[in-house]
Design a protein around this ligand. Structure first.
Ligand SMILES: Cc1cc2nc3c(=O)[nH]c(=O)nc-3n(C[C@H](O)[C@H](O)[C@H](O)COP(=O)(O)OP(=O)(O)OC[C@H]3O[C@@H](n4cnc5c(N)ncnc54)[C@H](O)[C@@H]3O)c2cc1C
Length: 478
């Protein structure tokens, strides 16, 4: 099949994108065939990287005509196997990359918008906004590698959702090449535009199954002039929910982040990530990292945070706390939070869950889920952390000392089903921010079947009748 693709089509691709946009060397393709956790290994004879929207459209037209599957890939940091070409489907698949489309097309400071191409790395987008004294608030641990097109297609969340929303809330306009090569030209920087269906939302979070995103207009914000960041020790998740409620009252919209992590998460970081240390003398069971962003420069943010922490200690909600005294200390506290996934990866085999429940149900979820997994896998290590302010927990498990990695990982889907069911019983979601991809297709059928799934399939069939866009992702291959 790969040979057939080579002989019939590679030359045409080359004519469109040039040698700079075509990768056919197996060694060069190899890193793009493994997802971040190593769970999926795919195959493809070629990576096609168009240099602009017109080239993207021309390549997609060929793929549609020839029945070739197109797997969009950004920074390949997604965690559900969405950007990896299948190794099982019979039809050939190419990876389509936006890596050559990374221009900032326009920064309109007065409109508080930035228009950027899909291959823009998130950290570069943040830096571009900063040069105009503006903030692009999307922030996640993979920001040095993930790309805007991937962020949009996975509706990425991250650590600032509480204040600024998910990627969906940050996108005002989109340019998308449809599977038949037509271009949806929706690059409008408008905050009000009630002109029929808001089509851009179909493509945000679509995981590359409906079209290839080439550019977007994103919202910018004023940069907070004062930041106060604190790590506090608390007794349990119930205390975290109470503290969150108090923080909303005391700090209002200035509360930017509210992240919960358990002792084991912190331990793993301190043990495995060089240069990190536990800032507390005593060991505690749970911690919250919270941040406040103030429009005023100077000590205002710190003073507000100090008052809030003092009140919370007096009421007994907070047992101990450290307030960052410099930007280096702030970065060190965030580094602890951002490196939990990496530290967990270094500590052995891991089973991961990315669930959401109403914030008020987080503690119940954690109790029920921990009780269940401890019964099912005696000695299992629970690494629980996440964006409590968004009701989103990464309820992750590490292998028990006496269990082989393979045997442990073989339990993933069985245990996952029960953990997801616990979240669903509490009105929650089995995938809060990572999407469905390949990993959670069966759960989509089990937990969101019926009309919801029928509507999703109808949208897919309407936009991609030939089924070439990211085959086998979100929906199982038919
Ligand atoms: C350490 C770590 C921490 C993370 N933390 C978070 C977090 O806090 N919050 C969060 O939401 N996610 C998080 N993630 C997951 C991941 O980083 C995000 O989902 C990110 O948005 C993916 O971007 P990407 O460019 O790497 O996309 P990829 O992984 O390359 O692709 C993701 C999906 O988007 C599709 N896609 C990519 N580009 C395009 C395009 N141009 N057009 C159409 N479809 C496209 C792909 O086909 C795939 O389905 C984390 C990942 C890691 C490794």
């Amino acid at each position: 099949m790969a040979e057939e693709l080579k002989n019939a089509v590679l030359e045409k691709f080359g004519d469109i994108v040039g040698t700079a946009g075509l990768v056919t060397e197996a060694a060069e393709i190899a890193p793009n065939l493994i997802e971040w956790r190593g769970l999926y290994h795919g195959r493809t004879p070629v990576i096609v990287a168009p240099g602009n929207t017109a080239q993207t459209a021309a390549v997609l037209r060929i793929c549609r005509d020839q029945g070739i599957g197109v797997v969009p890939q950004g920074g390949n940091t997604g965690l559900v196997g969405g950007a990896i070409p299948h190794s099982t489907l019979q039809r050939p698949e190419i990876i389509m990359s936006a890596r050559r489309m990374k221009a900032i097309r326009e920064l309109d400071a007065d409109n508080y918008t930035i228009t950027a191409e899909a291959g823009c790395v998130l950290a570069d987008l943040q830096a571009a906004a900063e040069t105009a004294d503006r903030l692009f608030p999307l922030s996640l641990a993979a920001e040095g590698s993930c790309q805007l097109g991937g962020n949009i297609s996975s509706n990425a969340g991250g650590t600032n959702v509480l204040r600024y929303g998910n990627t969906r809330d940050l996108v005002l306009g989109l340019e998308v090449v449809l599977p038949d090569g037509r271009v949806f030209e929706g690059l409008r920087g408008l905050r009000k535009d009630n002109t029929g269906y808001d089509l851009k939302h179909l493509f945000i979070g679509a995981e590359g199954t409906l079209g290839f995103v080439t550019a977007a207009v994103c919202k910018l914000f004023s940069r907070p002039k004062g930041l106060a960041t604190a790590l506090v020790a608390i007794a349990d998740p119930d205390a975290a929910i109470a503290l969150y409620s108090q923080a909303r009252i005391a700090l209002g919209d200035q509360l930017v982040a509210f992240e919960l992590m358990n002792r084991l998460a912190l331990d793993l970081v301190v043990r495995n990530i060089p240069g990190t240390r536990d800032p507390f003398e005593e060991s505690h069971s749970w911690y919250v990292l919270l941040e406040l962003g103030s429009a005023q420069a100077g000590p205002v943010a710190d003073q507000l945070m100090e008052i809030f922490l003092a009140d919370s200690m007096e009421s007994g909600l907070v047992r101990d706390g450290v307030l960052a005294q410099s930007s280096a200390q702030r970065a060190a506290l965030w580094r602890m939070r951002h490196t939990i996934s990496e530290a967990q990866k270094m500590a052995g085999a891991g089973i991961k869950h990315d669930i959401a429940v109403p914030v008020s149900k987080i503690a119940v979820f954690l109790r029920r889920a921990e009780e269940f997994v401890s019964r099912r896998i005696p000695g299992v290590l629970v690494v629980a952390f996440g964006h409590l302010g968004d009701g989103n927990m990464h309820f992750n498990l590490n292998q028990p000392a006496n269990m082989k990695a393979d045997a442990f990982l073989a339990l993933w889907s069985e245990v996952g089903r029960d953990v997801h069911s616990i979240a669903a019983e509490l009105g929650g979601s089995f995938s809060a921010e990572h999407g469905v991809g390949t990993l959670k297709r069966d759960e989509l059928v089990r937990l969101r079947g019926g009309v919801e799934l029928e509507l999703m399939r109808a949208v897919k069939d309407a936009l991609d009748p030939a089924g070439i866009m990211n085959p086998g992702k979100i929906f199982s291959p038919s």
